[in-house]
Every structure is written in structure tokens, then in C-alpha cells.
Design a protein around this ligand. Structure first.
Ligand code: FE2
Length: 267
């Protein structure tokens, strides 16, 4: 910005203001548009996401051969995961506050084949945008009836299904007045331990998308839209819950953008 430091930073927090971030997002997006090649995964060193600059890997990944058993053994068996673990609204002896939702979809490979009987884990903020986590101390109440964690196994068609509470947006310290769009974190395994995907699911029409450096770190607009669930009125249940559908594609050109574990603690 031409006006210098006084308008670039908030005087109380010393943090940069949103327009500084917006400008960088716009610049990167423009460069991507004119570059003419597809980039479908998030950038690990994306300047508007400030801390990514210092902690992204700077060397190539070390290739190691997986143990034989990791390549063919099922990751989780039926007995490891209880039926009730997919319902985040019944874990703490009372009903959590917020809008009840159902989130379901399929986990498939690049050919559309189901990833069967594998573990899907979710974690999320409560309706007020607060996590049960020592590092989340922003002034929004914890919900004694909500842990924000659940898991299930996909069925024979690769389907998963969770009942939960719609998470709220929450602030973070990337810049002044930075807010994450509402999201649910997902971890899925493919057919073996060597295929783990960690990503985030978003809700359609969120006004924070354009402002969020994590969402925008997937610079291709079609790729980042793959992280946005679809509202599905057929899933919505009378007098009970609204429904969202979201499929996860593990491989191929329509693969769901993933993030590496090192970003987890911030987002
Ligand atoms: Fe998060």
C-alpha cells in the first residue's frame, strides 16, 4: 500500500491489516492465471500465510520403502471403531449447542473406485469457533457437550457419514482481524498406511473464502472449490439436521487438495 506503515499495520496489535494480505493474494492469483499451467495442490510456501514461509520443507522428501505389511494390510478393522464415534452430538452426556448437520460422501480413488472399510477421522471447532486445545484461548465459550472429534470407517461403497454441529469461523494471528472460514478437518487413509490425506472441508458460500490465506494457498480456483461441500436437501432431515455432501478423491487429476501435517497446529 502506498500510505506506508501507519495504514499497513493495526496500531494496537502491530499486525498487518487485511488489505495487505488481499493484495498479495491478488498478485499471486494473477501470476497463476497468466502462467498457463495447472497447480492443483496447496502451496507450502505461500507468503500471505505468513508462518508457512518459515516452516515449509526446503528439501525434497526422503523416499523410503514401506514395509510390506503397510502395502496390503487393512489400516483399521471393524472392531477398532465404534458405531457411535461418528456422532459428535452424543459424546458428552448432553446436546451440544449449535446447528446440527449431517456430513456424508464417498472416499474414492482416481478411477472412482470406492476406498472400502478405511478410517476417516474429523476434528473441528464448536459452534462458537472454539477448539478444545490449549493453544486456542480466544474468548468464545467451550461447549461441555462437544469434543469436536469423531471417526468412522467407510462402508463397502466407500461412504462415510458424520452427525455433528456446524463449526463457527474463528480468529487466528496470521494478520490483524484474520478469521478462518468455517471448516472441518479430515484425515483419511487409502488402502494402506502409506496413503494418508489430511485436508479441510468448507461450507458453500462462506464470505471468508476470499480473505483466507489458507484456502487461497490452493491457487487454482477449481481445485480449491473441491474442498467445498454441497448443500443437499435430500440429506436434510425434517425437524432434525441440514445435510452436506462432500466426496474425497485420493488420486488423479481431480484429487482432493491435501495439506501436510506440519500445517495442522495453525489451522
Ligand atoms: Fe481448523
Amino acid at each position: 500500500m502506498a500510505d506506508g506503515m501507519t495504514t499497513e499495520r493495526d496500531p494496537a496489535t502491530g499486525l498487518e491489516r487485511q488489505p495487505v494480505i488481499d493484495e498479495e493474494i491478488r498478485e499471486t492469483s494473477h501470476k497463476y492465471d497468466v502462467a498457463g499451467f495447472e497447480e492443483l495442490q496447496p502451496r507450502r510456501d505461500y507468503p500471505p500465510y505468513r508462518s508457512s514461509l518459515l516452516r515449509h520443507p526446503t528439501k525434497d522428501l526422503q523416499q523410503v520403502d514401506p514395509e510390506g505389511i503397510e502395502l496390503w494390510a487393512p489400516v483399521f478393522g471393524r472392531r477398532d471403531v465404534g458405531e457411535l464415534e461418528s456422532d459428535l452430538t452424543i459424546q458428552r452426556g448432553g446436546e451440544p449447542i449449535g446447528a446440527r448437520i449431517v456430513v456424508t460422501g464417498r472416499v474414492v480413488d482416481g478411477e472412482g473406485r470406492p476406498v472400502r472399510h478405511q478410517l476417516v477421522e474429523v476434528w473441528q471447532a464448536n459452534a462458537g469457533g472454539r477448539y478444545i486445545h490449549q493453544r486456542d484461548q480466544h474468548p468464545s465459550p467451550l461447549d461441555p457437550h462437544f469434543t469436536g472429534m469423531g471417526r468412522c470407517l467407510t462402508d463397502a461403497e466407500g461412504r462415510y457419514r458424520f452427525t455433528t454441529i456446524k463449526p463457527g469461523p474463528y480468529p487466528w494471528r496470521n494478520h490483524h482481524n484474520a478469521w478462518r472460514p468455517a471448516h472441518i478437518h479430515f484425515s483419511v487413509f487409502g488402502t494402506d498406511f502409506t496413503q494418508r490425506l489430511v485436508t479441510q472441508m468448507y461450507f458453500p458460500g462462506d464470505p471468508l473464502f476470499a480473505l483466507d490465506p489458507i484456502y487461497q494457498s490452493i491457487v487454482d480456483p477449481r481445485a480449491r472449490e473441491r474442498l467445498v461441500a454441497t448443500y443437499d436437501h435430500d440429506l436434510t432431515q425434517h425437524q432434525w439436521a441440514t445435510g452436506y455432501r462432500w466426496d474425497i478423491v485420493l488420486t488423479g487429476t481431480h484429487r482432493t487438495p491435501l495439506e501436510s501435517d506440519f500445517e495442522e497446529d495453525q489451522s
